[in-house]
Ligand binder design. Structure first.
Ligand code: ZN
Length: 168
């Protein structure tokens, strides 16, 4: 697959992230791609809407792809997600036998791939995908920063300095 096609798939994930942000969810999006390159499932975060702490973009996309495929294993399928998966989703990527994991922004606070428990490094992890971090990273992190920036800086709050610290 060419890098333009990979970016195209990440564009779909980014569109899902944007739509999630517009719904008031943390803006993260995910796409499952079949071995032939077709998008099988796409989803954004819906934890607030569904009142389900597990309704992460990756989980919803993988669940939908498995349902469509009629199989609990997504052998040969790739997952594109705008943010480094959390430990739960990283474990799910392994259980689903995802072939390649592409993600955008790293998540030092909540990630489980290159941060925290580093799920794929353990002996108890029986399937390790090929991992490609940083695809579409700038746009993914800009979305997250804008989302959390707006939440921390509602229009009525005191102005802040360029480094983000409140100004007296
Ligand atoms: Zn997750």
């Amino acid at each position: 697959m060419t890098s333009a096609v990979k970016l195209g798939h990440m564009d779909v994930a980014l569109a899902e992230a944007e739509a999630a942000g517009a719904r008031g969810e943390v803006p993260v999006g995910a796409v499952v791609v079949a071995p032939g390159g077709a998008v099988v499932a796409r989803a954004g975060n819906r934890t607030r809407e569904l009142k389900d702490p597990s309704a992460h973009a990756e989980l919803l996309a993988i669940r939908e792809a498995a349902r469509r495929l009629g199989s609990e294993r997504l052998t040969g399928h790739d997952l594109y997600v705008t943010l480094e998966p959390c430990p739960m989703c990283a474990a799910l990527v392994s259980l689903a036998r995802i072939r390649r994991l592409y993600y955008g922004a790293a998540d030092a606070k909540g990630g489980g791939v290159e941060h925290g428990p580093r799920v794929f490094t353990h002996e108890t992890c029986h399937h390790v995908p090929e991992i490609y971090p940083g695809l579409g990273e700038a746009r993914a992190s800009a979305l997250l920063k804008a989302f959390f920036g707006e939440r921390r800086n509602p229009p009525s709050s005191p102005s802040r300095g360029e480094d983000g610290t409140p100004q007296a």
